[in-house]
Design a protein around this ligand. Sequence first.
Ligand SMILES: [Zn+2]
Length: 533
Amino acid sequence: MINLKSKKMITLKNIIIKAMRSVSYRKTATRLGGLLNFVRFVDTKSKCFNEKFKFAVDNKISTANWSYKNNTHHINISENCIEIANTQTVRSTKESIAFYKAVIRHEIGHALYTDRSSIVGQWCSDYNIPFGLFNLFEDVRIEYKIVKDYPQFKKFMWFKYMDIEDESETASNAILIMKSKEAGTRTDGGNSKTNPLTSFVPSLKNLKNHYHYFLNGKDRGSMTTKQILKRYYMRSCHAICSLEVVEITKDFVSTFGNEMPSQYEYENIINGEVDPNFSPQKNSSKNYTKADDDGGYSNCDYSDLPLAKSSFDNADVNYSKTIANRLKPIVKNYGRNRNKLSSSGSRLHIKNAIAKMENSFRSIKSKKGKPTITMLVDYSGSMMDTIMRNGGREFICAFKRLSDSNDIKLNLIFSMDRFGYLLNDHSVDDIMAIIPNGNHEALDNNLKRFFPLVKKSDLVLLFTDGYLTGNIVNESQYRNQGIELVACCIPSKNDVANVRKYCNGYFTKTFIDQSPTSLATRVVKYAQDKQKI
Ligand SMILES: [Zn+2]
């Protein structure tokens, strides 16, 4: 960022003040006046007609915000806003003022259209929706509406003031890019026949081709990712109130998980109320161990994970019990050898016993007792369907149950972002409540980080769809140390081919199954067969 002050130009504060004044200009015979003047004193149908507004420059906040209290709209703008502007804008006073005017216009949009009660914040908390993510969809709506209702003030033209990416790694960022390109206004809310909304969806990196689309809480089946992004975006443009936007955000979370563009992590305020659940990671006072250090993982807490206790019910919990019960007889046999020696019973031929000493020993009593399994669970956004809908959670919890009943020894590691979470001491309910988020799975970092546990395991399971976002696991490196990595997944029907392709690209042994019970059985049998050799 270029420091404007050092260039002896007008200060940023004065630039903001100029922008604030210009939205308040009065209408004259020849001049349209500012937008704020228009909605307060000209447009009698405006919700802000004759209402009070108070502006302030506030550098304690990261961008800008609006709140409504004591019958007054408060709009606070921070100098820090300029950090999202491009160099061209920063260099020019005129462009900087125009950029801040657009920011202020956006906040006036909140004053005009955003719910003024505390109910939105309440709903978001109840649904476990980060305020920042709601704000993203609400921003889509208010910017579309304000341009539609007041076309004489023109479009926002964010592309002039900011650099807009043309590629996105996450679904929420794709929505942000569509917003920045003003896809709604340019396509008549997606209704244009000549200019389709899908052409505004950026190219998608590391997202699956298909996800499940949700409408008012109902799963409408698998659709292409572009189609789904288009729908969520379009619904936001046409939503009639903030509460409808909460519902859209909730559906979006069901599809893609709890993730949001990093700049929205700071947008964690709705009408003055701060998100009680999600604080921006960058402001976190927690000092995490770097992923490439090994050991020292105790400073990652369960409570750091995205949790939704309401996302599962008794039937889900019971299903994990059913799977565990199927696995029990198989793991009980672990290490026992059903060869001739063991089945013939009591008499032991000394010659055979010498020749096959190891086998004869195991045939009488399991040498190893119970198997040690390390399971690394990929909890990135692409695992949403696998974990939440295809029985992934139940699959994981079945192993957890076997560990609780002392039939296996399990190291359960959730691999998400740069953190790995060892969840051995948590209950089935705790594990069921964790929802995937949209970040990186970081499988290799976490394999390295938990290497002492990985090395001592009889079976290392990677529960992943193979959509690895960097941090590629170098299988041969592990194989050389005697560690076999087994990938497994429960993909949706549409994804089977891709998941198989990706997993086979990274791992020698992959189990793909659409039934959690069948997958668990195959994996455990595989471990047992390996043991017999
Ligand atoms: Zn906003």
